[in-house]
Design a protein around this ligand. Sequence first.
Ligand code: SAH
Ligand code: SF4
Ligand code: F3S
Length: 461
Amino acid sequence: MEDRSVHIKSFGCQMNKLDAGLVASALRDAGFRLTDGVKDADAVVINTCSVRQHAEDRVLSNLGHLKHLKQHRPGLVVAVIGCMAQRLGGTLLEHEAVDIVCGPAQIPQLADLITEAIGRHEKHLAVTEKIRFPGADDAALDDFESTYSIRDKQIPGQAFVRVMRGCNYFCTYCVVPYVRGPEACRSPRAIIEQTRRLADAGVRQVTFLGQTVNSYKYDDGRKTHSLADLLDMATEVQGIEWIKFVTSYPRDEYYKDILLAMVDSPKVCRYLHMPAQSGSDRVLRAMNRHYTAGHYLEMLERARAIVPDIAVAGDFIVGFPGETEEDFQATVDLVRKARYRNCFVFKYSPRPGTAADKRLTDTIPDDVKQKRNVELLAVQKQISDELSRDFLGRDVTVLVEGLSKKSHVNPVEGEDRPQLMGRTSTDHIVVFNGPASLAGRFAQVHILRASPLTLFGELSV
Ligand code: SAH
Ligand code: SF4
Ligand code: F3S
């Protein structure tokens, strides 16, 4: 086969990272060489995110560069995949740089589409009108996923396993249900089989992915399987040591059994990513979240009663339409009480087609959103700092990911081993010096220094 190359650039959440890995494996299988840059590629795949305008702006600016590049290299094929491809569909094809637009449910066709486009220069739209319909498409996606599940992982020793697609919640601000379609759960058989194959290939930690992963439910005719059942089954897979799962929707009836699974097995990581989004009941109602701040805190309290050392992470949106200073202070209050290990804070970004965008005006000026964003992060930083200090002097088990971002800076005198980075089962980031060969393996690290988001230590013998 003639030499063909492709460059993949990916934006967005873990779902998208997983898709990028699958697409990379599929393209390699179809005879493509993967390149690190656009420079020597025959095709470029841009995997996009629509969750906030900023994410789309980054893609549009990328496409602007590619348009210039194509003036000198008209043969370069540009494919846009992911959530923005789904949201904008055919209108993206009108962009001068774009040759292929392919929604998340059509990625199994991508290798063929690119091969065709390289041969014949024609714009092409893979079906994006139907996001996913139950049955046919999901079966094709399931096959694709099983075949190309990321064995050549971006992170050594770890892999994502999608347990469900889509979302049924329709929070009023969120574009995800529109671009990823309705909830559909994969069968436990497919999930566990994939986990087994990943373990055989050296994977030690799997992360089960779903937009509301705790609502996982699969009826195989004999029994309805829950996420807790899946976790139990995964703990039986030889070679898998740690199992994480994200993201959890705050609802009692779903998560209790999951906490019990954590108690039952040290393999189920004591980490919960359970976004609250706001601490104001009025705003939560307007967001169509099905809980109050009080109820949310109660759930956390009960979780900690079952798993005392559980680490919790959260997401918040500041500047939702009509959010008053009082509403915002309720959010600050919730963050103080929840004692998250860390929080992601986002400024509200109106998404076309969502209920909030149709019914409400984006009333909060950007400088106010920005101020609230900074304030909330400062409150969280103090809590993260306090929680991190608890680790001082302790030994922790870390799954090593590889060189740290600052591996070129070596702060320890007389130390010639590189600086490595890994995570604990509670998702704490740990930095220490050690042999690079530890990547993908477990290590014991003695913690000597702590900052809000990073623990620093030395390898224990
Ligand atoms: N399924 C996950 C979240 C998916 S989106 C969940 O429900 O928890 C990731 C995060 O982006 C959300 O938790 C929310 O905090 C943020 N987000 C989603 N839509 C947004 C918007 N329109 N503006 C700002 N932030 C948004
Ligand atoms: Fe979006 Fe809400 Fe679904 Fe999460 S639960 S993906 S925030 S609609
Ligand atoms: Fe993920 Fe962004 Fe799509 S957050 S599901 S890539 S809109």
